[in-house]
Design a protein around this ligand. Structure first.
Ligand SMILES: [Mn+2]
Length: 285
């Protein structure tokens, strides 16, 4: 039996056009937010982002690609567990299956702890680019070592730090900054985006990429509806400049996490939908 059958319920409603036998991408949601430390509600994001996606233009001026002409398969949402690790394990099993199909996959969170599952499933030749205001390198938070604020630390317990590039950071405790420095992590803070990020040596070493996008990497002016808003973030325009410059790369998958619809005025879901659109288009050039 496939994990798709085991763990997914078909709630999906992304616009479906083109040939269903040849999807250019897959989408699924993970409505999980149980370790959210401040403003919970990201479990409502998969449906909010789908709804936004179905109401924006999906012709990309950046890449000159029209998503209206292709098929993106919406697999619905993961049946979540009430335990963060169990949910991440389900995500892991699903990604293992999707990666074998060699079709770019987008995971809509939910909170950032779910990315532990997707990133753990990646082959070793895939570099991971994390966009996040926060480092998420705490060893534990409120007595738990597996939360949306510690997932990156747990990944570094078992993965080579050179496989990661962290972009857009500006908020972490003193110990997290010290840990990142002592490890020699590739961290480019928000004020170095996009210029230095575009030129990062990381992209010479890693052609196959996975993006993990915590929406709080954007300034709250652009993305107010997130779990842990943090001022002085990057802009959507700069993100697109960055994306356009990475044309030679091969994006195997990405996640968009931490949109929190109860605190949103709608703009954050629309931005998330726009990113999904442009990222799928970037895989087609
Ligand atoms: Mn964050």
């Amino acid at each position: 039996m496939s994990y798709k059958t085991l763990f997914l319920q078909n709630t999906g409603k992304i616009i479906e056009m083109g040939d269903p036998k040849k999807p250019i991408g897959k989408v699924f949601g993970v409505p999980f937010d149980l370790t959210s430390s401040y403003r919970a509600g990201s479990k409502f994001a998969p449906q909010a982002i789908r709804s936004a996606f179905n109401n924006i233009e999906i012709f990309s001026k950046v890449f000159n690609i029209d998503l209206e002409e292709v098929y993106i398969e919406d697999l619905g949402d993961v049946t979540i567990s009430h335990d963060a690790r169990t949910t991440a394990d389900r995500v892991f099993s699903l990604w293992k299956e999707f990666l074998e199909e060699k079709v770019p996959t987008c995971m809509l969170g939910g909170e950032h702890s779910i990315s532990y599952g997707s990133i753990s499933a990646l082959p070793e030749d895939v570099g991971v680019v994390i966009f996040d205001a926060h480092l998420d390198l705490r060893d534990e938070l409120d007595g738990s070592n597996f939360t949306h604020a510690t997932y990156f630390r747990r990944l570094l317990d078992k993965m080579d730090h050179n496989r990661f590039l962290h972009l857009g950071s500006r908020a972490a405790c003193k110990q997290e900054w010290a840990f990142a420095k002592s490890k020699g992590l590739n961290v480019l803070e928000a004020d170095r985006f996009p210029q230095d990020a575009c030129k990062a040596y990381f992209f010479n070493e890693h052609k196959k990429l996975y993006f993990s996008i915590d929406m709080d990497v954007f300034d709250p002016a652009y993305a107010p509806g997130v779990g842990n808003p943090e001022p002085a973030g990057i802009s959507p325009k700069d993100f697109l400049v960055f994306l356009k410059k990475l044309r030679q790369s091969d994006l195997v998958g990405f996640d968009i996490v931490e949109v929190c619809p109860p605190y949103d005025n709608g703009n954050t879901s629309v931005l998330a939908a726009k990113l999904m659109m442009e990222l799928f288009c970037s895989t087609l050039v």
